[in-house]
Write a protein that binds this ligand. Structure first.
Ligand SMILES: [Zn+2]
Length: 270
C-alpha cells in the first residue's frame, strides 16, 4: 500500500483524465492521495475530490506563492472552514500547503512570514499537522517552527542539508521525497535520501509538478508514478521495495493518523 503524501490532483492539468489517473494509481498500489490546497480558490475543489474518491484526503491552507492575493481576513475564513470540517470530516488531515518560498522572491518575505505564522497557530489550535513548502528558506522555516510549535507534519520536496533534516525530524516532521530524487545527477538529494533515517521518509509525487526523470522535464507527473519512485528509493538504499512501501506508509500514518483506517482489516470495519 503506497501513500502519495503530496499531489495536486485538483490541478487543471488533470481536467481531461483525472479519473483515469486515479484508477491507474490504484492499479499501481496507491491506496491514498493527500491533496493540499494552495489558496481559497481551490478549498472547495480539494474537499469535493475527497468526497468523490475514497482514496483522496485533503489539507487546507494558503501556499506561499499565492500569498500576495491573501488578505488578513482570509485567515479568519480559513480558521472557520477548518473548524467546520475538522469535527465533521475524517478526510481533513492537515493545514497546508503552507511555508516560505524565497526562491521566486524575497521581497514579500514579511507578508509570507505573517501568513505562515497565522497558519501555524491554526495548526496548533486544531492539533493538526502541517504540510510545508520550503524553498530557499529552510532556516527561516525552522525558526518559525521553534516559535510556534505544531504537532509535526511533512517538509515536502525536502532539499536541505542533513543537519537541517535532523532538526525537522526532532520537531516531529517527516521529509517528503519524490520526483527530484529520480534524477541520476541529483547527487545531493540522493545522498540525503540515503543518509536520513528510514523512519523520517515519506513518498510524494507533487503531481502534476516535479516529473520524474523518465517523464522528461516537460512531462506531466501523476500519482501513478509513485511505485517507480519507491523503486528508486529502494535502489538507493539497497532495500527491497516492499520494505520501502511498508516503512513509508507507516511514517505517513504517523503524521496523518486518520489514514490508519487504510490498514484496518475489513472484518474490523464491519
Ligand atoms: Zn505542492
Amino acid at each position: 500500500m503506497l501513500i502519495d503524501t503530496h499531489c495536486h490532483l485538483d490541478a487543471p492539468e488533470f481536467n481531461a483524465d483525472r479519473d483515469a489517473q486515479v484508477q491507474a494509481s490504484i492499479a499501481q498500489g496507491v491506496a491514498a492521495i493527500v491533496v493540499p490546497a494552495v489558496c481559497a480558490n481551490n478549498f472547495q475543489t480539494v474537499i469535493a475530490l475527497s468526497d468523490q474518491y475514497p482514496q483522496c484526503w485533503y489539507a487546507l491552507g494558503w501556499h506561499p506563492m499565492y500569498i500576495d492575493a491573501a488578505q488578513p481576513s482570509d485567515m479568519h475564513t480559513l480558521r472557520q472552514l477548518i473548524a467546520q470540517h475538522v469535527g465533521t470530516s475524517n478526510k481533513l488531515v492537515a493545514v497546508g500547503e503552507i511555508g516560505l518560498d524565497f526562491f521566486v522572491t524575497k521581497q514579500n518575505a514579511e507578508t509570507q512570514s505573517y501568513f505562515f505564522t497565522e497558519q501555524l497557530k491554526m495548526a496548533r489550535d486544531f492539533d493538526l499537522p502541517v504540510i510545508l513548502h520550503v524553498r530557499r528558506a529552510v532556516d527561516d522555516v525552522l525558526k518559525h517552527l521553534r516559535r510556534h510549535s505544531v504537532r509535526g507534519g511533512i517538509a515536502h520536496a525536502f532539499n536541505g542539508s542533513l543537519q537541517q533534516a535532523e532538526m525537522f525530524v526532532e520537531m516531529g516532521f517527516k521529509l517528503g521525497f519524490g520526483g527530484a530524487m529520480t534524477y541520476t545527477r541529483a547527487l545531493k538529494i540522493r545522498a540525503l535520501a540515503k543518509a536520513v533515517g528510514m523512519d523520517a521518509i515519506v513518498l510524494e509525487t507533487d503531481a502534476p509538478d516535479i516529473p520524474p526523470e523518465w517523464l522528461g522535464t516537460q512531462g506531466r507527473n501523476s500519482p501513478k508514478e509513485l511505485m517507480k519512485i519507491a523503486e528508486i528509493l529502494a535502489e538507493l538504499r539497497g532495500m527491497h521495495v516492499t520494505q520501502i512501501i511498508e516503512n513509508t506508509s507507516k511514517n505517513s500514518i504517523d503524521i496523518f493518523p486518520k489514514l490508519a483506517y487504510l490498514c484496518t482489516p475489513l472484518e474490523v470495519l464491519h
